[in-house]
Ligand binder design. Structure first.
Ligand code: AMP
Ligand code: MG
Length: 362
């Protein structure tokens, strides 16, 4: 309703108050003050669309405009049209089709994301690998091709997963995969990059407070109208979306990103459950007794890549990597044990009584 009042516009307000001024000067002054207060009320707007293979919603609490939301969603569609590995005609698709036979012109944003993905691949000892594509395609998890591959198929795909075979040439403005059959897949990091981009674009368009939620990859922007810190829920990995494990209390600019087995999984013909977080060392879904890993950071791109990496690495190696990147990390095990590093404990409060906080990790 405050939006409708603001939408009536200064021109309409001006002429109305001028007429009132002549009739009842005192009332006009009071009304004028009230109207100008309404004019200062935070301008809120919501929009939800499908993009990047997930539900993307942007909730602006202050400084909203159609132009800001239009620009944000246009950027999401642009990122999808460039970076999706699963749609024909994207640049990543062209790089994959040209694998083993040459380089493909790639825009600077894609090159930058690929280089950041390669840095994380190096830092994680290959637990995160943007060339995991052949394995992701083989398992087909989340698509109608999903199935448990034969061990021979996995053995054949493993050598094609090789971060050293992804070449990003900044001077030529190209990207290439060294061998036929290699396949780039930025699905583990692109949503985070997209959340950072949306935050940047909203701010450029005068948005003062917003929550960007790209399929559970959440970033808070600016300062809440009530001046209180933001509170971002972490999904309870054992229940349907909506129920919380707990709440993170954060300043604007922070992001909370979770990689969980509940996001994409299927039951194989053998009766076992398989999820979408693949260990490039084995070719099988990472099997560390974990159900989710949440990363709390400022860069959503890093948090997204790290949540995938930390899941594959497990808590021992994973907490060391979280420290190296200076981010908070929350591990949830399948026995409902919860492990957090110091940075996570400072901002995250476990709410659900069904979980057990384990000894602090150094
Ligand atoms: P996320 O939900 O962000 O953890 O990303 C999961 C997606 O990342 C999967 O659907 C794959 O497209 C991709 N992925 C799976 N395993 C890996 C891995 N080990 N390294 C990099 N990307 C991966
Ligand atoms: Mg990720």
């Amino acid at each position: 309703m405050s939006m409708a009042a603001t939408d009536s516009g200064p021109a309409a307000r001006g002429s109305r108050s001028r007429r009132l001024e002549r009739l009842a000067p005192g009332l006009a002054a009071t009304l004028g003050l009230a109207l100008s207060l309404v004019g200062c009320a935070p301008r809120a707007m919501d929009r939800t669309e499908l993009a990047l293979g997930t539900v993307c919603s942007i909730r602006v609490l202050d400084g909203a405009s159609e132009a800001a939301l239009d620009a944000a969603f246009a950027r999401l569609r642009d990122i999808e049209a460039t970076m999706s590995a699963n749609a024909p005609g994207t640049v990543v698709d062209a790089v994959n089709r040209a694998a083993g036979s040459g380089a493909v012109a790639a825009p600077s944003d894609l090159r930058a994301l690929a280089r950041r993905a390669l840095e994380l691949a190096e830092a994680s000892g290959g637990a995160f690998d943007p060339t995991v594509g052949p394995l992701v395609a083989l398992w087909g998890i989340g698509f109608d091709t999903e199935r448990v591959p034969a061990p021979g198929e996995i053995a054949a795909a493993l050598p094609l997963v090789d971060r050293r075979g992804l070449v990003v040439d900044e001077s030529a403005g190209t990207m290439a995969l060294a061998r036929a059959g290699m396949r780039l897949d930025l699905g583990g990091i692109a949503k985070g990059y997209a959340a950072d981009e949306v935050a940047r674009i909203l701010t450029e368009h005068g948005v003062k407070a917003a929550v960007v939620d790209l399929g559970g990859n959440v970033k808070v922007v600016g300062r809440k109208p009530d001046r209180k810190p933001w509170r971002v829920g972490i999904q309870n990995p054992f229940s349907d979306r909506g129920e919380r494990l707990g709440l993170a209390t954060l300043p604007g600019g922070y992001t909370v990103v979770t990689s969980g087995v509940y996001e994409r999984h299927f039951r194989g013909d053998d009766g076992a459950e398989y999820h979408h977080l693949i260990d490039p060392a084995t070719g099988y879904p990472a099997d560390g007794g974990l159900v989710s890993v949440t990363v709390i950071a400022e860069s959503s791109m890093d948090a997204d890549g790290l949540s995938t990496a930390l899941f594959v690495m497990g808590p021992e190696r994973g907490f060391a990597l979280a420290e190296a990147y200076g981010v908070g990390a929350v591990y949830v095990r399948d026995d409902k044990g919860v492990l957090m590093n110091e940075r996570a404990r400072a901002v995250f409060e476990l709410e659900s009584g069904a979980f057990r906080l384990e000894a602090p990790v150094p």
